[in-house]
Design a binder for this molecule. Sequence first.
Ligand SMILES: Nc1ncnc2c1ncn2[C@@H]1O[C@H](COP(=O)(O)OP(=O)(O)OP(=O)(O)O)[C@@H](O)[C@H]1O
Ligand SMILES: [Mg+2]
Length: 261
Amino acid sequence: MVTGTPNRSPATGTANALELRGVSRLFGALAALDDVTITVMPGEKRAVLGSNGAGKTTLFNCITGDFLPTSGTIRLFGEDVTNFPAHERIRRGLRRTYQISLLFNGLSVLDNVYLACRGVSRSRFSLLRPRRSDSLIHSAEELIDAVHLTDLRDNLVAELSHGQQRQLEIALALAGAPRFILFDEPAAGLSPTERSDLIEILTNLPEHMGFIIIEHDMDVALRVAESVTMMHNGRIFKEGRPEEIEEDPEVQELYLGGGHE
Ligand SMILES: Nc1ncnc2c1ncn2[C@@H]1O[C@H](COP(=O)(O)OP(=O)(O)OP(=O)(O)O)[C@@H](O)[C@H]1O
Ligand SMILES: [Mg+2]
């Protein structure tokens, strides 16, 4: 078992960004997550690897509150959020992207990001502010720049390439200055050029902003993450620094031995 942890020591008294203890999630007889314990420090960039059906997306669903775990506890920045609804976790700075796109195809890039910024702003329910807020538009434009879509801000989502749509999803996840983000396979289906663009976007995120990225492509995962958790059949199979994981014979066997796209 590789036990290496990233070379990052949290300041004294600082809570972990994320702490899962003995989390399981059953679907009937199937344990999609089986006694999973994970700790992620503030600002840490973590990759989760694992073959199809390993439980990666279920892990995200339990962290976000899309599903409740069958057992175990989940703490976010020190607070027990195990039974909190998703919106309470969002309020505490948690965001995610989905494996399947949830973009508004008939709206422009700017409109999509503006709506995301508005959705997480305090003024979202105000009936007295029908006009667009300049500060929210400004925030939306900054996010569009951060994901390299500046020249496409007035284009409809439907006109974007697959890779550009994934970049836009990252902008939506960045709305409202999150503290921790879960990216579910953002590199899936990207061309090599789009992949390098994604790597640049992720490596340029602010240092304090931690994330977990689910990634099948070992090269992408190893370039953006400082720690790696490998899952198999709902359980943690290995954890360590990228170079340890890459060189681990059991990981290589699992990766080369099928069940992986
Ligand atoms: N809502 C659900 N109802 C029933 N079974 C589910 C549900 N969600 C996931 N599962 C099952 O749980 C297991 C883990 O699924 P999950 O989607 O977490 O895997 P994954 O690691 O994200 O896989 P992939 O790489 O294909 O996205 C699978 O066997 C899946 O069929
Ligand atoms: Mg998945």
